[in-house]
Design a protein around this ligand. Structure first.
Ligand SMILES: Cc1ncc(COP(=O)(O)O)c(C=O)c1O
Length: 265
C-alpha cells in the first residue's frame, strides 16, 4: 500500500458522517459514540476530531449550530481534541472571523490558511489553546519557516478588516444578495437548489451533476471563473472576494444566470 511522505498516513484517520447524514443530530452522534464506547468496535481511540463547520470541497454543506455544539460536547465527554479546519471557511468567509463563532464552541486547535495573509501570499497558522502548546523553545524548527511578506500583509489585513464588525456585517448583506440571485436561478431551473453559508454559496444540480461542470465552463466562456464542488462535482460554487462590490455581484450573477440557462435550455 502506498503511504504518504512525512505526514500522517491517511489510514490514520477515519472519516465519519457529517451533519444530516443519518437524518438528525442524535443519530449521527449515536453511531460515533457507540464506536467510541465499544472497545471491540475496531475504531482505534482517536486523539481528536477534525471538522469543517461548512464543508467546502465537500459541496458547501453547512453544519447546523446544534450539530456543532453536539460534536463539541461529545469531544469533551470522550477527551478528544476538537480541531476546526477553518482553512477555507475561516477569515470571515462565512461572516464572523472564525466560522465556528456562530455555535459558541471553543475548539482546542484551529487551522487557518488561504485568506489569512490577506493578499494571496502563502501562509498558514495553527492556533492552539495554551494548555496544548507543549513545544519547548526552538523545538518546532525547520529550514523554511513562515515567510515575512505574508506576515506583513496578514497583519495589515487583520488590522484593517477586523478591528470592528464592518466586514462581517457587509458579508451578511452580500450573502443575502447572492442567495437571492441564486434562488431566482434555482426557481427557474428544476432539480437545483441553493447551498452554503456567508460568501461560500452555490447551486447544486443534485441528480443532474454533469450540468454543474457545463455551467462552470459556460460561465468561464463569459469571463467568470467559478469552480465546482461536491462528491459528484454537482455544485456550482461561488467564492467571491469578501470585498466584492454590489455592481460586481450583479454582473457575476448575470453571467451565472446566462450560463445556467445555456446548459439547461
Ligand atoms: C478545508 C481545507 N482544509 C485544508 C486545505 C489545504 O490547505 P493548504 O493547501 O493550505 O494546506 C484546503 C484546501 O483547499 C481546504 O479547503
Amino acid at each position: 500500500m502506498k503511504r504518504g511522505g512525512a505526514g500522517v498516513p491517511l489510514v490514520h484517520s477515519t472519516p465519519m458522517p457529517f451533519d444530516n447524514y443519518l437524518g438528525s443530530k442524535g443519530a449521527d452522534f449515536e453511531y460515533f459514540e457507540r464506536l467510541l464506547e465499544d472497545a471491540g468496535s475496531s475504531l482505534n481511540a482517536p486523539a481528536g476530531v477534525i471538522v469543517e463547520t461548512t464543508q467546502g470541497e465537500g459541496g458547501l454543506n453547512p453544519a447546523r449550530v446544534e450539530w456543532l455544539q453536539g460534536l463539541a460536547e461529545l469531544c469533551k465527554r470522550h477527551g478528544l481534541l476538537l480541531i476546526v479546519d477553518d482553512v477555507q471557511m475561516g477569515c470571515g468567509r462565512t461572516g464572523p472571523f472564525f466560522s465556528f463563532e456562530i455555535a459558541g464552541i471553543e475548539p482546542d486547535i484551529v487551522c487557518l490558511s488561504k485568506s489569512i495573509s490577506g493578499y494571496g501570499l502563502p501562509m498558514a497558522l495553527t492556533l492552539f489553546k495554551p494548555e496544548h502548546d507543549l513545544w519547548g523553545p526552538g523545538e518546532h524548527n525547520g529550514t523554511f519557516r513562515g515567510q515575512c511578506p505574508s506576515f506583513i500583509t496578514g497583519t495589515a489585513a487583520l488590522k484593517h478588516f477586523w478591528s470592528d464588525d464592518t466586514l462581517e456585517r457587509s458579508t451578511e448583506v452580500k450573502s443575502a444578495k447572492i442567495q437571492a440571485g441564486l434562488e431566482a436561478i434555482a426557481n427557474q431551473t428544476p432539480g437545483t437548489h441553493v447551498k452554503g453559508r456567508g460568501l461560500a454559496l452555490g447551486l447544486s444540480f443534485d441528480e443532474q451533476a454533469p450540468l454543474a461542470e457545463k455551467a462552470a465552463a459556460a460561465a468561464f466562456e463569459r469571463g467568470l471563473l467559478v469552480e465546482t464542488a461536491g462528491h459528484k462535482d454537482q455544485v456550482l460554487k461561488l467564492m467571491p472576494a469578501l470585498t466584492i462590490t454590489d455592481d460586481e455581484i450583479d454582473e457575476g450573477l448575470g453571467i451565472v444566470t446566462e450560463a445556467v440557462r445555456s446548459v439547461t435550455r
